[in-house]
Design a protein around this ligand. Structure first.
Ligand SMILES: NC(=O)c1ccc[n+]([C@@H]2O[C@H](COP(=O)([O-])OP(=O)(O)OC[C@H]3O[C@@H](n4cnc5c(N)ncnc54)[C@H](OP(=O)(O)O)[C@@H]3O)[C@@H](O)[C@H]2O)c1
Length: 437
């Protein structure tokens, strides 16, 4: 049997302990499969004395993960601490600088400096594997980088945050946003401070990584257009249902004539398409390529065991000697990211307005849309008053929903700005993009 593969695991939390448990539970099967054993020889976490549900006898303890990462006793450094800065970053850099292989689930770090880390790995003949950083247990990185590598991809889109999908699914069932968020927190799906999830930033990090691997470009986290789900109201879900759509928080990366769009926002998707049926905390990523056509992977996007499944998959690749460039091509041949401006985004739009109930208001709104060159698919004055209308507006505000044919973001924003300025509506117009699928 070949030499054992020696692992140093830094971070023994939700994911770290699931990784240790999986490697222990499958030790014999893995050794038979790989012709060598995989051993956790060293660990690091903050609190040595904490009961972690598994004995760690015989495993060396390191208070400093950076020293563990760069030390001689391990072949692979498994970083499961998290965060784009601090010891997670320093320890990954130390391991790569020492020519080690690194396995990480750290999307924040990859989104912030994945290209620099890939370069560091190449320079020192190390390796960097991060399947678990996007989509938890869904093997989307390997699918894009290896299985679909022969395709020219045109678009990928996905539900990349289980918390948001859970909230939107509960809202579809009639719960208001606040109650759905509280339920997500009670079930442990959402953090006490949920802003990173519900504001779309977590999805943006994952999307930036996927864009790079799918399109061969440098990671451009700060070029992602981001809009979260907190503005989605129950009446939007009701309207979506009536129009034949569901609302999902999508991360979309798409080639256009002017560059690559990266956008995260609530989107209306046709109710009968695969991604519309992805409910609760499940994640999904769909890819469109010139030879594959379209394909979708869905599954558990988070949780200790699902994420450990991806981490251990990467470890197995390393034990087999599989070597691939982290982002699918040598870092030097990644293309600079060419950003398509959001203003040039083309698609259909759903718009919801609280229109003042006075003669001509309705016609004025239709006229402003026409002036901006926007062709309307429907404009509907709804009977139900919006529940959120303030008391003084009751009886004065007519709820109106508009669905446009394909147009540009610039045209819709321009028209809505004019309508708002002319005082025909109460409050801010609400718009949700319609994703053509
Ligand atoms: N949880 C998920 O479902 C999930 C899914 C996909 C990706 N991820 C990613 O996986 C990584 C780990 O997430 P997690 O949920 O497992 O986090 P977690 O439960 O909070 O665990 C973090 C671990 O890091 C340790 N740690 C923190 N600061 C440290 C330091 N200065 N030195 C040494 N150890 C330190 C903690 O030690 P103590 O235990 O002693 O406090 C803890 O064991 C993150 O990058 C996260 O984004 C998580």
């Amino acid at each position: 049997m070949a030499e054992p593969l020696r692992l140093g695991v830094a971070g023994l939390g939700t994911v770290g302990m699931s990784v240790v448990r999986m490697l222990r539970g499958h030790a014999d099967a893995l050794a038979a499969q790989l012709g060598r054993s995989v051993q956790v020889v060293a660990v690091s976490a903050r609190e040595k004395g904490r009961d972690r549900g598994l004995p760690l006898d015989g495993v060396s303890w390191h208070a400093d993960p950076v020293a563990l990462a760069g030390g001689d006793g391990i072949d692979v450094f498994v970083e499961l601490i998290g965060g784009a800065t601090g010891v997670a970053r320093e320890s990954v850099r130390a391991a790569l600088s020492a020519g080690k292989a690194v396995v990480t689930a750290n999307k924040a770090l990859l989104a912030a400096e994945g290209v620099a880390l890939a370069r560091l790995a190449e320079r020192h003949d190390g390796q960097l594997a991060f399947e678990a950083a996007v989509g938890g247990g869904i093997p989307i990185i390997k699918t894009l980088r290896e299985a679909l590598a022969g395709n020219r991809l045109s678009r990928l889109y996905g539900i990349l945050n289980g918390t948001c999908n859970f909230i939107l699914t509960r809202m579809e069932e009639g719960e208001p946003y606040g109650a759905a968020l509280q339920e997500a927190q009670r079930l442990g799906y959402a953090e006490a401070d949920p802003s990173f999830d519900v504001d779309g930033l977590d999805t943006a990090h994952k999307l930036a990584i996927l864009t790079s691997v799918a399109f061969g470009t440098e990671i451009a986290r700060d070029a992602v257009f981001v809009e979260g789900i907190s503005g989605v109201e129950p009446e939007d879900l009701v309207a979506a249902e009536e129009l034949g759509y569901r609302i999902k928080l999508l991360g979309v990366a798409q080639r256009t004539d002017s560059g690559i769009e990266q956008r995260v926002h609530p989107a209306m998707v046709p109710r009968d398409c695969d991604i519309a049926r992805v409910a609760g905390v499940t994640n999904a990523v769909a890819v469109e390529g010139n030879f594959i056509g379209s394909l979708m992977l869905s599954g558990p996007g988070a949780g200790g065991d699902a994420t450990a499944s991806a981490v251990v998959g990467d470890i197995i690749d390393l034990a087999r000697g599989v070597k691939v460039p982290p982002l699918g091509r040598p870092a030097a041949s990644l293309e600079p990211y060419r950003q398509a401006r959001m203003q040039t985004h083309e698609g259909g739009y759903y718009v919801r307005l609280k229109v003042r109930d006075r003669p001509g208001a309705f016609a004025a709104i239709a006229r402003r849309m026409a002036d901006a060159g926007i062709s309307l698919d429907s404009i509907v004055q709804r009977n139900r008053p919006f529940g959120s209308a303030p008391r003084h507006e009751t009886g004065l505000a007519q709820p109106v929903t508009i669905v446009t044919h394909a147009t540009t973001e610039q045209a819709v924003r321009g028209a809505l700005k004019t309508i708002e300025a002319e005082g025909e509506i109460f409050g801010k117009p609400r718009m949700i993009r319609i994703e053509a699928l």
